[in-house]
Structure formats: structure tokens, C-alpha cells
Write a protein that binds this ligand. Structure first.
Ligand SMILES: Nc1nc2c(ncn2[C@@H]2O[C@H](COP(=O)(O)OP(=O)(O)O)[C@@H](O)[C@H]2O)c(=O)[nH]1
Ligand SMILES: [Mg+2]
Length: 295
């Protein structure tokens, strides 16, 4: 699966990703690991620095990462699936649609199962027309993504308001803020789109609200992978059950390793699904306590 971060240069995408990685790379419960060695050391360093309040240097890292999503309990790791995390540099946002970078973005918008739209919390007050154009462009790209949502392909969308310490109290009454709320209301009518508006402040004292946007972004990737695995195990069990009488008779006297393995896998997957469902439940509970709202 693919998760796409989209936002203008300097809105805080890399900072968010580093902080999210620092939080999620804890090898316990649901967690992630960078699959490439060079990414792992770079991200560890980046996460450590961000935790100390040091922000990433401009264009220090490349824009595509691959992570493994897994579950760890009592030191035992269960690998779930790999996913791409795309840090889409905002510089390309202003480019023309026939530009190769813009075409690349279009491809990402067509493939992602989760989109995180970054908006700088300090940019609500500004009446700058360039910022307004940027917002219109963001909306246009968001619509191109949302358009793909359907019954068989539900999508997750997050508007992440970064640098929330700089977010004006009356942001919902600003021109862009009011438009964002209105936009979310309209998008919320789409039953196949799962939306979130989240606020985040990352500095030396705060790792930011990084967990819930991440969880929200993973929901359909997880669901699809689990369904795929369960179906595969169930096919194995069905194949076992439909085999010949002689095969069954033989199985009575010998231990059928494969059958037992398939049954155990199904149990394990069901258990993981239950853990995941209860994790997603926490997303609903905290809905009203600040940090984010779902739409
Ligand atoms: N106050 C505050 N500043 C932030 C935060 N995140 C990023 N910044 C500032 O924004 C700059 C750009 O962040 P960066 O993550 O590199 O943005 P990117 O270009 O979207 O990847 C940083 O150098 C920080 O000065 C945040 O959560 N709070
Ligand atoms: Mg960056």
C-alpha cells in the first residue's frame, strides 16, 4: 500500500514523518521498521534530532521510504505488510500539469490508499494571494484523490494542520479556515471516504499528534492485507477438506502438519484483527478530546 504526504515546502512533512517514525519504531504492539538499512540509520538520527527540537535540514532526505508494518508481542514479531511512504515535496505543487513531476504526483494520487494533506497552521491568518492559490491547488489535488473512493476502494484522508502552536484561535473563521471546514463537510458526505482533521505541534517538548493520523492512514491497508491472508489460509483448509477419502484416512494416522499450520494461521490472523479493531476503537473514543476530529 501507499501513503502520500502532500504539502508545500516547509510545512512540516519531514518533521512529521521523523516524529512518527520515532514513535512507531518501538518494537512493541503495532509498529513499523524501515526496510532499507540506509533509511533506518538516517531515520533514527532524524527522529533523535527532532526529539531534541532540531528540525530537519532542507532536502536532506529522499522522498520515498518503505516500511514494514508489524505486530510484536513478548519479543515475538509478526510481519504484516510493507508499505511506501511518499514525502511529496511541495515545490512541485505549483508546477504545470504537463510537467513530469506533476505527472508523478498524479500517479501517486492514483495509487495511494491514504493521503495526508499538510497545511501550515501559521498560514491561516495570511491574506497573501499566493497562499490562497496554494490552498486552491491543494483542494484540486485532494479532489482528484477523493474521486477514486468507492465501495470496493474506501480511502483515508487527513488534513494535518502543522505547527499548531502558531494556529490562530479563530482559524475556522479565516478565509482559508472556513473554506477547509466547508470542504471537509462536503467530503464527509462521501460514505467511502474516511476523513480526519488533526493538529500537530512538534518541538523539543512535544512529539506531536503523530499517532492518530498514522493509525487512520493504515486502516484500509491493514484490512485488505488481513482479508487477503485469511482467504489464502481458508483456501488451504478447504483444499484439505475436499481431498479424497484415502487422503482423509491417511490423515487419521499421521499428523498433518500443513493442515495444523493453516488452522493456527487463521487463529493468529483473527487475533491480530481483534487487536487492530480494538486499536481503531481508541480512535473513536478520543474523538472529542482534542487533537483531531473525524469527518
Ligand atoms: N513550531 C513548529 N515548527 C515546525 C513544526 N514542524 C516543522 N516546523 C518548522 O518548519 C520547518 C520545515 O519543516 P520540514 O519538516 O522540513 O518541512 P517539509 O519541507 O514539509 O518537509 C522546520 O525547519 C521548522 O522550522 C512544528 O510542528 N512546530
Ligand atoms: Mg521535507
Amino acid at each position: 500500500m501507499k501513503v502520500l504526504m502532500l504539502g508545500d515546502a516547509q510545512v512540516g512533512k519531514t518533521t512529521y514523518m521523523a516524529s512518527m517514525y520515532g514513535f512507531m519504531a518501538d518494537d512493541n504492539g503495532f509498529n513499523i521498521a524501515a526496510t532499507r538499512d540506509e533509511d533506518r540509520s538516517a531515520l533514527d538520527r532524524l527522529a533523535r534530532r527532532v526529539r531534541c527540537g532540531e528540525y530537519p535540514a532542507r532536502s536532506e532526505f529522499r522522498s520515498e521510504y518503505n516500511f514494514e508494518f508489524r505486530y510484536t508481542q513478548d519479543g515475538e514479531r509478526y510481519s504484516l505488510f510493507n508499505f511506501d511512504w511518499l514525502d511529496y515535496r511541495g515545490g512541485a505543487l505549483g508546477q504545470r500539469t504537463d510537467d513530469p513531476v506533476a505527472a508523478d504526483l498524479q500517479r501517486y494520487l492514483n495509487e495511494a490508499q491514504a493521503l495526508i494533506v499538510f497545511w501550515d497552521g501559521s498560514r491561516f491568518a495570511a491574506s497573501d494571494s499566493q497562499i490562497h492559490r496554494q490552498w486552491l491547488r491543494i483542494k484540486q489535488l485532494t479532489l482528484a484523490y477523493v474521486d477514486r473512493a468507492n465501495e470496493n476502494n474506501p480511502l483515508a484522508l487527513t488534513f494535518l494542520l502543522t505547527k499548531s502552536s502558531l494556529l490562530p484561535d479563530d482559524w475556522t473563521e479565516t478565509r482559508i479556515g472556513a473554506d477547509l471546514c466547508n470542504f471537509a463537510n462536503i467530503l464527509g458526505e462521501n460514505q467511502n471516504l474516511y476523513g480526519m482533521i488533526a493538529y500537530s505541534e512538534i518541538n523539543a517538548n512535544s512529539i506531536g499528534n503523530v499517532y492518530y493520523p498514522f493509525l487512520h492512514s493504515m486502516r484500509f491497508g491493514f484490512r485488505d492485507e488481513l482479508t487477503r491472508r485469511l482467504k489464502s489460509c481458508e483456501r488451504d483448509v478447504a483444499a484439505y477438506k475436499s481431498r479424497s477419502f484415502w487422503g482423509d484416512l491417511k490423515a487419521l494416522f499421521t499428523e498433518d502438519v500443513e493442515f495444523n499450520r493453516a488452522q493456527a494461521s487463521i487463529e493468529r490472523l483473527k487475533q491480530l484483527n481483534a487487536f487492530w479493531e480494538s486499536t481503531l476503537e481508541t480512535l473513536k473514543e478520543k474523538n472529542k478530546s482534542g487533537g483531531y476530529v473525524l469527518f
